[in-house]
Design a protein around this ligand. Sequence first.
Ligand code: 5GP
Length: 189
Amino acid sequence: MKLLEERILTDGRLLPGGVLKIDSFLNHQLDPLLLQEMAKEVKRLFDGEGVTKIFTIEASGIALAILVGLEFQCPVLFAKKSKTKNISDDLYQTEIPSFTHGGTNTVVVSRDYLNASDRVLLVDDFLATGAALVGLKTLVEQAGATLVGAVTAVEKRFQGGGDKLREQGVRVEALARITEMDDNGIKFG
Ligand code: 5GP
């Protein structure tokens, strides 16, 4: 998506460890008009797939997910990072290693909001190693729901997560695909 790529080139900052900072429009301050255009593109990509639920993880996936939910006119659900590791009958639960902070988060979602009749579209801001989306996929599987696909604002292709998910048979779409990013700049493809 040209608009997003241009914005990344103008506003993005590279941090050590393969992290792209786009705090001015996606990860801290939010640009609702850009997010709305991104959500329309997601709708175009997954139109006709019978999506009944948008599923993301707190916190930074939520903004885009809400706008995508508006496009599909369906509820938006986010997995919560839980402080306890206690297994509860009311929850689906999995562990997700954190790309940006290190360590592992226990993430949970209520059984009330994800069920076997759902056709789920996963939404997140970044796809790096794929751990976050694989974790969400695990929760979808625990619920017996159907995974329609996954969409990320930015896929950092050189970190391999997108291909890992595609090898597992998941349809993965990215609004911007970064093939290289270093001191020489950011390349899309
Ligand atoms: P993964 O689980 O695919 O390795 O990483 C995805 C998660 O880590 C996303 O939910 C996102 O919050 C965070 N993340 C991964 N790479 C980046 C990055 O380059 N910049 C920012 N801001 N977040 C990232």
